[in-house]
Design a protein around this ligand. Structure first.
Ligand SMILES: [Zn+2]
Length: 257
């Protein structure tokens, strides 16, 4: 494997000192059970690959983007009774994001993309607050699971360790997935209150009340081929976004009539 100059974990001072980086990508995952068959690190494994491949697309287009190491802990406040689901509080995440933003701003890398890969993470309000204190920096978030219409790629994408995530792991790290006949059904209990199911009322789900096997979504129609197709389309789209962002000066970020 050759060294990828847009993956910080792999690159070196020789390469970095010769490169004028403009945009950093901070992948942010979680460590948690993913049905019975996928690894706890599923979100992080997916993010490592999505971030690197998207940065590759942008790099090819001339963008000077860098994929930072994935933050492996996410908000799992609803899973405290599931062994080794390890929660990081939103307030801790905000402190971490603030430190990274400060470091980047001080080094004149003025565009930061938080690439989120976990449904319990929510960076919007943090970006408002961190951005308020780091006014030279442009910060945005991408939730990769919202980039494409997953229904065009999967029969039933699922919420957590379902067909979509299982297909991605079959493509990215098949050696870490147990055979599908060892996966639970991913059946999930809905709320007993209509407004919560309709989505206009919201409450955090107590995961162990919702699902027996920690999965939400049936993984059994998953395949490596579906994972590859989705991953290619996803990383091309995010890569194009990164290239566009990197090539747009901060003072030209709004269209002038
Ligand atoms: Zn996941």
């Amino acid at each position: 494997m050759s060294i990828r100059p847009y993956v910080l974990t792999e690159t070196n001072w020789k390469s970095v000192s010769e490169t004028d980086f403009g945009t950093a990508v901070l992948p942010w995952g979680a460590i948690e059970a993913h049905n019975t068959h996928l690894p706890y690190g599923t979100d992080n494994i997916q993010l490592d690959r999505i971030a690197a491949d998207a940065c590759a697309v942008a790099w090819e287009r001339g963008a000077r983007v860098i994929a930072l190491p994935t933050v492996p802990y996410g908000v799992n406040t609803g899973q405290s009774d599931i062994p080794l689901d390890l929660n990081m509080m939103p307030s801790t995440q905000q402190a971490l994001l603030g430190d990274i933003a400060q470091a980047l701003e001080g080094q004149n890398i003025l565009k930061l993309v938080v690439l989120n890969g976990h449904g319990g993470n929510n960076f919007r309000q943090m970006i408002r607050e961190v951005g308020f204190h780091r006014s030279k920096l442009f910060i945005c978030e991408i939730n990769w699971f919202k980039v494409l219409d997953a229904k065009l790629y999967f029969e039933d994408p699922g919420d957590h360790a379902g067909e979509l995530e299982t297909s991605l792991i079959l493509e990215i790290a098949p050696e870490l997935a147990l055979p599908l006949d060892q996966a639970g059904s991913g059946a999930a209990r809905p709320w007993a209150i209509a407004g919560l199911n309709e989505g206009w009322a919201w409450a955090e789900r107590r995961w162990s009340e919702v699902t027996e096997d920690t999965g939400v979504g049936d993984p059994r129609a998953a395949s490596k081929a579906k994972g590859r197709l989705f991953l290619d389309a996803l990383t091309r789209k995010i890569g194009d976004f990164l290239a566009e962002l990197d090539s747009t000066p901060i003072n030209a970020i709004y269209k002038r009539q």
